[in-house]
Design a protein around this ligand. Structure first.
Ligand SMILES: NC(=O)c1ccc[n+]([C@@H]2O[C@H](COP(=O)([O-])OP(=O)(O)OC[C@H]3O[C@@H](n4cnc5c(N)ncnc54)[C@H](O)[C@@H]3O)[C@@H](O)[C@H]2O)c1
Length: 295
């Protein structure tokens, strides 16, 4: 469908009506839920049938919870009738906006984005939920970089009010303006960033977390006390080390390595982080990181 589709919008008049999400994992399901509860028709494409059904369950259960909590006004059956899952990229052909949320792997992202672009109308929007890869670099792999941008949702998507809108050098002004409108229509706040390693959030979040780890390493204070300094002193809702445990030490190590390679040694991962990852102390998901999560 060509974007005559651009005029097909949800009742708020801002969100595209036909939205796609590639990869219905933790983030993709959250992104699908965000558009679904605001009235869009959402298609999630997964790599196999089992993952597609799991994605459907995640989105449906999130929608049910939002209604139960009273966070969303609406009827679950009606909402669910606007959700489809598939394993076929061709099903994206009528989508006006597709958000890619496959795992953070360069080759996989490039292959996925190219596969999407091939199927989409010339004026459809394409976004990546990458948390660390270069939006400009990804754009260079595409035929229509003017339609491409980063939409960095935060985890868990329903509870987070922030979306980083990451503009590539070639992202058109019209696409940038449209993206600001989508974020507002989703009931969230946009932070607009010109593509740079770590965008705004990861760069600052990782910088403070790495310093906190060095302080533990040097015996300056305990993890608990370092976190309390930020929670009580600076009103951060969660300290940098507990946040690291929640995100995953392996994830943070990967981002720190990438930032060190692009922005320099100030992001070099401390040895304590490497050691903990090597021991499998990955944070909440393994029961131990900088804190003990068992029980
Ligand atoms: N988890 C977070 O806290 C977080 C936060 C912000 C951004 N991100 C970014 O979001 C993206 C997804 O992360 P996630 O945590 O949701 O990962 P995840 O592993 O939970 O989900 C990825 C999904 O993609 C699917 N998938 C893999 N290959 C596919 C393919 N070829 N085609 C279709 N689907 C495919 C998998 O089956 C899985 O369901 C990554 O780029 C990540 O960096 C993650």
């Amino acid at each position: 469908m060509s974007n005559s589709a651009q005029s097909a919008t949800t009742s708020d008049g801002v969100l595209p009506r036909f939205v796609g999400v590639l990869g219905g994992g933790r983030m993709g399901a959250g992104i699908a839920h965000a558009f679904l509860i605001k009235g869009a028709d959402v298609l999630v494409v997964e790599r196999d049938e089992q993952s597609a059904e799991a994605a459907r369950e995640r989105v449906e259960s999130a929608a049910a919870k939002s209604i139960e909590r009273g966070a969303v006004d609406g009827n679950l059956d009606e909402m669910v009738s606007r959700l489809a899952v598939s394993v076929d990229y061709d099903d994206f052909k009528d989508r006006q906006l597709v958000v890619e949320a496959v795992p953070e792997d360069w080759d996989l992202k490039v292959a996925s984005l190219r596969g999407l672009e091939e199927r989409l109308a010339d004026d459809a929007y394409l976004a990546s939920n990458t948390s660390s890869l270069s939006v400009n670099g990804l754009a260079r792999e595409l035929g229509r970089p003017q339609n491409f941008l980063g939409l960095h949702f935060f985890n868990p998507v329903p509870a987070s009010t922030l979306i980083e809108v990451v503009l590539g050098e070639q992202t058109s002004d019209a696409v940038a303006a449209a993206a600001r409108g989508w974020v507002e229509a989703l009931g969230k706040t946009a932070v607009v960033v010109n593509d740079a390693p770590g965008f705004a959030s990861s760069r600052l979040g990782v910088a403070i977390a790495l310093e906190a780890m060095r302080m533990v390493e040097e015996g300056v204070a305990s993890a608990e006390d370092i976190d309390n300094a930020m929670v009580l002193g600076y009103k951060h809702p969660t300290g940098p080390l507990r946040t690291t445990d929640i995100v995953g030490l392996d994830v943070r190590l990967g981002i720190a390595e990438y930032l060190a390679s692009t922005l320099g040694d100030r992001f070099a991962p401390p040895q304590i982080l490497r050691d903990k990852v090597a021991r499998g102390e990955l944070g909440r998901k393994t029961g131990k990181g900088f804190f003990d999560w068992n029980g």
